[in-house]
Design a protein around this ligand. Structure first.
Ligand SMILES: Nc1ncnc2c1ncn2[C@@H]1O[C@H](COP(=O)(O)OP(=O)(O)O)[C@@H](O)[C@H]1O
Ligand SMILES: [Mg+2]
Length: 225
């Protein structure tokens, strides 16, 4: 495998405790702009694998490269650089309740050093994508759960990440919010060229794009064809 992969795992083993591997000697590659689903039942290791991809969990053995960085023993400064290229979404991603929806989405861009005007324009663009521009001045607790998750999604994607990692992003959501989120992921992939890796136990029936599906069974990964 060469550098044409955005994620490249070779004999990757992940563990929280020695002698108790959760991900067991798996090898796979993800190419730029691929849409990848990781499926598998609860406890099979989906979240563990995703955490390793943004260096939240260290490599136990084997090799892992993401966005050109080797994650084996990655130092703190490199980890921060890596994460600039990644957008992460969880099922229960928390917003800052004391801040408006708009400010929540602007925050990562402000931290990245963009001007206030650019941050605001980008936040509005993303809020429009998740159909919440009209709630920009509201506070998170004035929104429904599905709306909050859509704001979290807008925030995670505001910096146009190269790689998007989503862990059961529609797990608790109603059909409308779920469809808004799938549309947003597809749009960002199309316009930004992002690669998307989603753990889910339910692939949407009407995604409308080509995707790759892997099945994780007791820490072993296989492609579903
Ligand atoms: N922080 C942790 N410490 C120890 N074990 C963990 C931790 N997180 C998950 N595990 C264990 O790793 C295995 C896989 O969990 P997880 O990756 O969350 O699976 P999934 O996301 O597929 O439901 C489970 O046996 C779980 O108990
Ligand atoms: Mg999980």
């Amino acid at each position: 495998m060469g550098s044409s992969y955005i994620v490249e795992a070779r004999h990757l083993t992940l563990a929280y405790k020695k002698d108790e591997p959760v991900i067991k000697n798996i090898s796979f590659g993800v190419k730029p702009k691929e849409f990848v689903f990781i499926t598998g039942k609860s406890g099979s290791g989906k979240s563990t694998l995703l955490k390793s991809l943004y260096a939240e969990l260290p490599v136990f053995s084997g090799d892992l490269r993401v966005a050109g960085f080797s994650l084996n023993g990655i130092p703190r400064d490199k980890k921060n650089l890596l994460r600039k290229h990644i957008g992460v979404i969880f099922q229960d991603y928390k917003l800052i309740n004391e801040w408006s929806v708009e400010k929540n989405v602007m925050l990562p861009l402000m931290i990245a050093g963009y001007s206030k005007e650019i941050c605001k324009a980008q936040a509005h663009k993303l809020l429009k994508h998740v159909k919440l521009l009209h709630k920009a001045q509201k506070f998170p607790l004035e929104l429904s759960g599905g709306e909050q998750q859509r704001v979290a999604m807008a925030r995670a994607l505001a910096h146009n990440p190269l790689l998007i990692i989503a862990d059961e992003p529609t797990g608790n959501l109603d059909e409308y919010s779920s469809s808004v989120i799938w549309e947003l992921l597809k749009n960002v992939r199309l316009h930004v060229g992002s690669t998307i890796i989603v753990a889910t136990h339910k692939i949407p029936q009407t995604l409308g794009v080509d995707y790759k599906q892997y099945f994780l069974n007791d820490g072993v990964l296989n492609e579903v064809s």
